[in-house]
Design a protein around this ligand. Structure first.
Ligand SMILES: [Zn+2]
Ligand SMILES: [Zn+2]
Length: 375
């Protein structure tokens, strides 16, 4: 069961969870171990964070592993805007349910579960009603650095426990080991969603740009969907891995010939790279009605000559994570096809070092923190 400290909290501080959850003055919150950033430049520190008490619709999760996503690094270093320090990041969370609220129906104590990039949304807008909570028109509640409905800042998964509304908790199939499942909650769904939306499958040619945390999952998922997959990476250094993950071919983008050889080839190009790229060169590789979709987020605009879209009636699109139902579909798909993330497991004290290695692309292919090292 729960192993953190219990701390009394004033009733007026909170108005969280579902509308029927009335806090009593004796309401308690949970204080749990975590790793947090205190500034954009200082090393992460071991600390504690507070979790709300388990409301009627909440699930308490004892976290086992948390993946390290590039977004975590951008966020803690203040590259994506002002940061509410101290902040615990992490949105690739897997663990076991240790307590459920009275009205919870979707999960039980002992269940293997996961939490991805969001922990709530309005549930009432057109996009939420369409099951696309990631595009909630009032903004979804991010797993960290978002303002929750109780007015507090959400704290992520580099922590021993988290309390989440049952609707935003996913089932993690038995056949996927916890540590290999964690990155599916962000890297997995971020690549599955566009591959599914643009119908990667038998008879389609898909290119994946970049062979990092997102890219390696895009290759595995697209290949499992039956598409003919090509990896476009800066060098050929990960070629053997790419082919082992299911790619048919592998090209270096540092070689200009690549863009000539592959002109008018792909139905779909999934760009996982966050660096600026020559859009005209990439769009030129799309065949009739082909789409270039970016899931990587370069900080600068990517200029596009509209003429490069005219040929072959090309599209340039973006895609952000996936809805909750779709995330469950992705986890079940990965279990069925026997695919998961390639991970390097680290301790809670190795996160700073891991960040440096992620920035140098020196990871195969996702760092995952063993949260037992935080207990
Ligand atoms: Zn992420
Ligand atoms: Zn909404």
């Amino acid at each position: 069961m729960f192993s953190g400290r219990l701390v009394p909290i004033a009733a007026e501080r909170a108005n969280w969870g579902s509308k029927d959850h009335q806090l009593s003055p004796e309401e308690i919150i949970l204080t749990v171990n975590a790793v947090a950033a205190t500034s954009a430049t200082d090393p992460l520190v071991r600390t504690t964070v507070e979790r709300r008490d388990v409301g009627p619709r909440d699930v308490l999760i004892e976290i086992r592993y948390a993946g390290i996503c590039h977004s975590d690094i951008h966020t803690v270093r203040g590259e994506w805007g002002k940061v509410p320090y101290p902040l615990t990041v992490g949105h690739e969370i897997v663990g076991v349910v240790t307590e459920v609220g009275a009205s919870v129906t979707r999960h039980q104590t002992g269940d293997r579960v996961g939490v991805g990039c969001m922990v709530n949304s309005c549930r009432e807008c057109d996009n939420c009603k369409a099951g696309q909570e990631q595009y909630c028109l009032t903004g979804n509640t991010g797993t960290y650095a978002s303002v929750d409905r109780d007015g507090t800042v959400t704290q992520g998964g580099y922590s021993t426990h988290v309390v989440v509304d049952e609707d935003f908790v996913l089932r993690v199939p038995e056949s996927i080991p916890y540590e290999k499942a964690a990155p599916l909650l962000c890297a997995g769904i971020t690549t599955y969603s566009p591959l599914s939306h643009w119908k990667a499958g038998p008879g389609t040619k898909v290119a994946v740009v970049g062979m990092g945390g997102l890219g390696h999952m895009a290759v595995k998922i697209a290949a499992a969907m039956g598409a003919d997959v090509t990896v476009l990476s800066q060098t050929l250094s990960k070629k053997d891995d790419g082919l082992a993950f299911g790619a048919e071919s592998y090209y270096a983008t540092s070689d200009k010939e690549t863009f000539k050889t592959l002109a008018n080839t792909f139905d779909l190009i999934v760009n996982t790279v966050s660096a600026p790229i020559d859009m005209a060169a990439y769009l030129g590789m799309l065949r009739l009605d082909g789409t270039f979709v970016s899931v990587g987020a370069p900080p600068e605009p990517l200029p596009v000559q509209v003429f490069s879209l005219f040929n072959n009636r090309r599209s340039f699109a973006g895609s952000s994570i996936g809805g909750i139902a779709e995330t469950q579909e992705m986890l079940d798909f990965c279990a069925e096809r026997g695919i998961a993330s390639e991970v390097e497991v680290i301790t809670a004290d190795q996160v700073d070092e891991a960040y440096e290695r992620v920035l140098k692309s020196d990871v195969r292919y996702r760092f995952v923190i063993d949260i037992d090292t935080l207990r």
